[in-house]
Design a binder for this molecule. Sequence first.
Ligand SMILES: Cc1cc2nc3c(=O)[nH]c(=O)nc-3n(C[C@H](O)[C@H](O)[C@H](O)COP(=O)(O)OP(=O)(O)OC[C@H]3O[C@@H](n4cnc5c(N)ncnc54)[C@H](O)[C@@H]3O)c2cc1C
Length: 425
Amino acid sequence: MSSKSLWKATANDMKRRPVQQGEETCDVVIIGGGFTGLSVAYHLQQRNVKTVVLEANTVGSGASGRNGGEVLIGYVMSMQALAEKYGSDAARQMFQMSLDSIDLIENIIKEEDIQCDFFRNGNLLAAYKPSHLDGMRREQEFLYKNYNFETKIVEKQDMHTEMDSDFYHGAHIDEKSAIFHPLNYCLGLANAVEKYGGTIYEHSEAINIKRESHDRVVVETNNGRVIAKQVGMFVNAYTTDVHKLIKKAIVPVESIVLATETLPEDLCEQLIKHNRAACDTKNLLYYFRLSADNRMVFGGSGRTTSKRDAQRLFDNLQAGMVDVFPALKDAKVDYKWSGKVGFTIEKIPYIGQLDDGTHFAFGYAGHGAAMSTLLGKIVAMNMLNEGDKNNPLDRSNLKPIPFHSMNATGLGMMKYYFKFLDYIS
Ligand SMILES: Cc1cc2nc3c(=O)[nH]c(=O)nc-3n(C[C@H](O)[C@H](O)[C@H](O)COP(=O)(O)OP(=O)(O)OC[C@H]3O[C@@H](n4cnc5c(N)ncnc54)[C@H](O)[C@@H]3O)c2cc1C
């Protein structure tokens, strides 16, 4: 079994990019080469704004190249809960943004001819307990009544029309969500940035940001420095000490994923009948989908602090996969990997510009495959002074999470995480 991800093993083009060296100037320096940072660069370059992207490792080596590739509408919390918390106008805007984010990705993929197995067949949210289906019915009604957005409820006895599994008590289906090969999308976006004249450096960690005046910022790397008018930090859960406030506003939580051996096509057609994204309502949630090369890709939560822990967690995840899909009892696991998911204290993504001038967008809580491209575009618009001032996700007055380091490591953090995920119970 490989410890590299399925996505890396099946990547289209992992070309090597140069290391930043010496001194250079540009309009905007972007820290982080995942979906968010690359989307900022892509949208700026299209307007002839000269960008330099600094990536500490390789393009897509953070969450963007490791995720489940489920491009989902909505947020980790239900829209009902968001409307109660933020008001109906803000929630409506947030919901529309989540729909727009997938349209944007679809357009970029078409425009740039990115080969990333994008299939827009919807998402199936599976009810772990009978009571969870009641919550889904309420959400379905809410979405229709408030946004005229139609979804489908599947009763337990009809679940075989969607999945070869008796594990769940029904499901809530939207037809707008999608799946893709996340690393190939990310690499395609990087190629597009370069096509429009942007520069991407790999193995080029930003180690210091020095603001010298309102239109001059210097970002130091190990081998040089980049001087720009504006700077953006898009490191999400892979944040380091380079910007302490941003670090203290995000909580990284680990997630693990496995991919089986290639399965017979007719078995795949039975397992998930309409090639949808899928996830469930367990506190320790599972998410799963098929890959374009006919593997089951199955993810869950877990903190792989030691090698033994990691083995146990992957064994449990595989057992969980067989609980859901007994037909996979003898399926070999070919790949297993992990990555860090970023949460904010409010469980919604944040975007904004700090008093020190730094732009940011992060904290997608497991929904960033969709939202990060859109928030990257909005950051680009903000940098051009063309952004919408009434963005409900704007947190330019960002505050550190109290007791952040304890949150990130302690048991309390795990409870916090479970609560985040348990939004429908
Ligand atoms: C295992 C897993 C499964 C997931 N599944 C899903 C899913 O199915 N659907 C979904 O919507 N979301 C999912 N997510 C979340 C999603 O992947 C993220 O929300 C999204 O990729 C965030 O993109 P990003 O560009 O903001 O951050 P990242 O992709 O994490 O990129 C940040 C980059 O910044 C770089 N960096 C950090 N510090 C520096 C520095 N000082 N200098 C230069 N570079 C630096 C890192 O190396 C990294 O490449 C999952 C995440 C994980 C880990």
